[in-house]
Design a protein around this ligand. Structure first.
Ligand code: HEC
Ligand code: HEC
Length: 359
């Protein structure tokens, strides 16, 4: 008799458990939708990290986080505060970004697109090895968003929508810094730029003007001293489909370095004054230029390369021609600028999918 009762109780208990479990799975089904990153033909297949597959839900969460002021110490600033789509996700024409305390940071904000090609570190000095690692640093930077990860997690947990969004993306309502960074990484990987006039020219579907064509030739020409052949030597460093070799180099801005760049990270004097070679896609809209935003216009940039390069122990060998002077005339400088402007990609700059998701 006793045994029968125990058996019955057990039956009822296990029924309850099974039913309540299945109820749970019904309302909480984890079924993320794989997202296929479609790239224009001009861009080679990217290598995405295998441990963070892109999903519609992950990207949606990353998008929300990217535009959310809750990530900052006083809830007034999101990533988008210094990364505005219409400026190729750089700051709003500020040389140095302002953080939540309205103090200037140390560097010029960087553009965000085609991040999957960056295989050699992030930031001007390469101090972040991966995009997910990078994404948590501005949150904690006292000159930027000045917040602790612990607080961010606490604030997100207290909202109505985030636990569910984390479940949809990662199969758990548990919010932690790693999952925040993975979602931000996913969103940033979807920002693609490869449909500029230059890409269409390469594909044979658009024409260059005479000036753009001359600028293209100068950009990809080697400056030769004897006999003197004009060239910009630009392609040595701004090379490949993303217009960067992903290296850290010294392009002759300073004789003495206020900011050591890569050298401060590696602690090697031979890296002092070296900064990440930036992509030149969308450069028309991403000014001011260089790691400290010292040049307001592309004209100033061209003047630098043409006649402003200064020597220092780590000056890149590819700058030695420029050190002697590229001797480009006004028209030739304008031609290179006109070529650079063909790298502007309106589709990327206005793509509605990249904007703040409001559903
Ligand atoms: C206060 C302005 C500011 C805010 C807010 C900000 N950033 Fe940045 N971002 C910068 C600056 C400045 C740099 C360059 C910093 C450096 O090199 O030291 C940068 C660099 C980057 C880079 C490096 C790109 C590359 O090519 O290496 C990425 C990616 C990025 N930010 C993403 C984010 C994300 C994600 C957030 C939000 C979590 C964010 N940023 C918030 C100003 C900001
Ligand atoms: C030796 C490698 C090298 C060569 C050659 C070179 N660059 Fe650069 N370029 C760099 C590096 C490195 C930076 C970033 C430097 C910094 O901020 O300290 C840069 C920055 C720039 C920027 C600013 C982009 C931004 O987002 O701030 C432009 C524009 C540019 N280069 C155009 C050119 C043009 C045009 C040529 C040819 C006339 C050229 N570069 C030749 C390495 C090079």
């Amino acid at each position: 008799m006793k045994i029968r009762i125990i058996f019955l109780v057990l039956m009822v208990l296990s029924y309850c458990i099974i039913v309540s479990c299945s109820e749970e799975t019904k309302s909480q089904e984890y079924n993320p939708t794989p997202y296929e990153l479609v790239l224009p033909a001009s861009l080679p297949k990217p290598k995405l990290p295998e441990d963070n597959p892109l999903t519609v839900e992950g990207i949606k969460l990353g998008n929300k986080l990217f535009f959310d002021d809750l990530l900052s110490g006083d809830n007034t600033m999101s990533c988008s505060g210094c990364h505005n789509q219409k400026h190729a996700f750089t700051d709003n024409e500020l040389a140095l970004s302002l953080g939540i305390h309205k103090e200037e940071g140390k560097r010029n904000s960087m553009p965000i697109f085609n991040m999957f090609y960056h295989n050699n570190g992030f930031f001007w000095d390469g101090r972040a090895a991966s995009l997910r690692e990078q994404s948590l640093m501005p949150i904690q930077d006292p000159l930027e968003m000045d917040e602790t990860l612990e607080n961010v997690v606490k604030k997100l947990k207290a909202t109505k929508e985030y636990p569910q969004l984390f479940f949809n993306a990662f199969g758990t309502t548990e919010i932690n810094p790693l999952r925040i960074s993975l979602a931000l990484e996913q969103y940033m990987f979807t920002l693609v730029s490869g449909n500029s006039k230059y890409d269409r020219y390469q594909a044979g579907t658009d024409q260059f003007t005479e000036s753009e064509k001359r600028g293209f030739d100068l950009f990809f020409a080697e400056r030769d001293p004897i006999p003197f052949i004009k060239g910009g030597d630009c392609f040595h460093c701004h090379s490949g489909p993303n217009f960067t070799n992903n290296e850290y180099m010294n392009n002759g801005l300073d004789e003495f370095f206020v900011d050591l760049g890569l050298g401060a990270v590696t602690k090697k004097a031979s890296d002092n004054g070296k900064f990440k070679v930036p992509s030149l896609r969308n450069v028309q809209v991403s000014g001011p230029y260089m790691h400290d935003g010292r040049f307001k216009t592309l004209e100033e940039v061209l003047d630098h390369y043409n006649s402003g390069v200064v020597d220092s122990p780590t000056l890149d060998a590819n700058m030695h021609g420029a050190l002697l002077g590229l001797k480009l005339n006004e028209q030739e400088k304008t031609d290179i600028i006109n070529f650079l402007k063909t790298l502007t990609d309106e589709e990327y700059l206005t793509n509605l999918e990249y904007k703040k998701n409001t559903d």
